[in-house]
Design a protein around this ligand. Structure first.
Ligand SMILES: Cc1cc2nc3c(=O)[nH]c(=O)nc-3n(C[C@H](O)[C@H](O)[C@H](O)COP(=O)(O)OP(=O)(O)OC[C@H]3O[C@@H](n4cnc5c(N)ncnc54)[C@H](O)[C@@H]3O)c2cc1C
Length: 441
């Protein structure tokens, strides 16, 4: 990783960059949407403060970026078509260009902090990636190690490697389920040094071990005798923390086969790496990063937010800014609250929330837990916004002039079943900053 490289936006800051220089932006939330909003605003020259109660969902997701998982062909074309037909969908609200620029600038930002994310180069289709259970999941972009397991590029048998005595990954389970789908796969388990101490260790602990060359050597020595006839070798996605992606190349060279990663149980090493490296980059640019600090409410005068109050130790603190990017996630991360009486509310500004119109909370869910189209509460709950991503009041006007909503907080899609939540986080983070800072689109 080269710590001093700039994390560039895909598009130049544009004519509004000089205006951005005298502007204070507060980003609330440290998920994909919040982190990338902070990157965009920083690149545009604004003074940025990122405040979050905790990290976002990237810490527990597989690590890939779902843009439109259901797309059979060109993913971007599918999204454009969907957005045109459904203008109320977050992709429709953000616009095609924001979607493409949001994705490009995410990849550029990640690459600049030493984290390459790959996609299929030849046709812009989704990859077919392996989950820990041996299922096959589509996604457009993934960390290099996970993308290296794209089944559309695989024609021979796979060797799946597990670690004896570690409870977060079972190679035989992965391989057996792959075989059930007609994919040739075999499993082995290798020994970790001092095996008794690994049962409860976290994926990140193993990833830090993989940073060390002697550890990689000991694993490679055990795997190499089994690679005869195997096209690629898959490991749990723990192949390095600070030394990633060098660890991938080193293992590939030692083992003599392409190496790929299969996501593990949380915490997601890919998410931890991304969060920490972006945090460090933001700090180096002078951004104030406050993780572990809940915003309790926004302070509003007329139709403008003048500041947010943060629950700091001892006493609440007011932070003022010109613009506020709300990236607080949806039902599962604090951005939208509910209670046992079926009330649904946005806690910081009391913004109107779209929610299922039902008689009782029981109707939020279908009887069928795994229903394909998802439960009403997931599909219909969120903030309605205009094309500037300003949350709307009951009359359909912007509720506040200088507050913009992004990511999973938005209405118009189902983040659990639609397979596009990460693409939406990136597209709307990009669009919100462009709008707030009046940058060219
Ligand atoms: C296990 C799992 C697997 C997933 N897999 C996929 C997938 O394969 N494809 C897909 O498209 N999507 C998937 N998702 C969903 C997707 O990852 C999320 O929708 C997306 O990451 C949300 O990003 P976000 O930035 O909008 O919100 P979040 O990541 O939820 O971040 C919200 C942030 O706001 C902060 N916050 C909330 N309230 C406050 C407050 N009052 N004050 C300060 N900070 C606050 C939180 O601490 C957090 O930092 C998955 C999610 C999970 C949990």
């Amino acid at each position: 990783m080269s710590p001093n490289k700039p994390v560039r936006s895909a598009t130049p800051a544009g004519n509004g960059a000089s205006r951005a220089k005298d502007t204070d932006v507060i980003v609330i939330g440290a998920g994909l949407a919040g982190l990338m909003a902070a990157v965009h605003a920083t690149n545009a020259g604004a003074r940025v403060r990122l405040i979050a109660q905790g990290w976002g969902q990237q810490l527990v997701t597989p690590g890939w970026i779902s843009v439109c998982d259901r797309a059979e062909d060109d993913v971007i074309a599918e999204v454009r078509g969907h957005a045109a037909l459904h203008p109320e969908h977050p992709y429709g609200r953000a616009g095609d260009d924001a979607m493409v620029a949001g994705l490009d600038s995410f990849r550029a930002a990640a690459a600049a902090v030493g984290l390459p994310y790959d996609q299929r180069k030849k046709d812009g289709h989704n990859m077919r990636l392996i989950t820990m259970l041996g299922a096959v999941q589509r996604a457009m972009i993934a960390p290099r190690g996970i993308a290296a397991g794209d089944l559309t590029e695989v024609s021979g048998p796979l060797l799946i490697v597990g670690f004896a005595g570690w409870r977060d990954f079972y190679a035989e389970l992965t391989a057996a389920n792959l075989r059930r789908q007609g994919i040739e796969a075999r499993a082995i388990e290798v020994q970790l040094p001092d095996p008794d101490r690994w049962w409860d260790r976290w994926p990140g602990d193993l990833a830090r071990e993989f940073d060390a060359a002697p550890f990689r050597e000991s694993i490679a020595q055990q795997v190499t005798p089994h690679v005869q006839g195997m096209e690629r070798v898959g490991f749990p996605a723990v192949l390095g923390m600070n030394e990633y992606p060098h660890t991938l190349d080193d293992l590939k060279q030692k083992i003599g086969r392409p190496v790929f990663e299969v996501p593990t149980l949380p915490a997601s090493v890919a998410g931890v790496r991304l969060s920490d490296r972006l945090r460090c980059w933001l700090l180096r640019q002078g951004v104030r990063v406050q993780i572990g600090h809940p915003v309790t409410h926004g302070v509003v005068e007329g139709r403008r937010c003048i500041g947010v109050e943060v629950a700091s130790l001892g006493h609440p603190t007011l932070f003022r800014a010109d613009h506020f990017i709300l990236a607080t996630g949806g039902l599962y991360n604090g951005g939208i609250q509910t209670d046992e009486r079926g009330r649904v509310w946005e806690p910081l500004f009391n913004l109107p929330v779209a929610a299922p119109e039902v008689e009782s909370r029981a109707e939020w869910y279908h009887d069928d837990l795994l229903i394909k189209r998802g439960h009403p509460v997931h599909r219909q709950t969120g903030l309605r916004v205009n094309t500037q991503l300003q949350p709307l009041d009951a009359a359909g006007d912007p509720a506040l002039e200088n507050v913009y909503a992004t990511g999973q907080l938005l209405a118009g899609f189902n983040p659990l079943t639609d397979g596009c939540a990460e693409g939406i986080a990136l597209a709307t983070a990009y669009k919100a900053v462009r709008t707030a800072l009046e940058l060219d689109a």
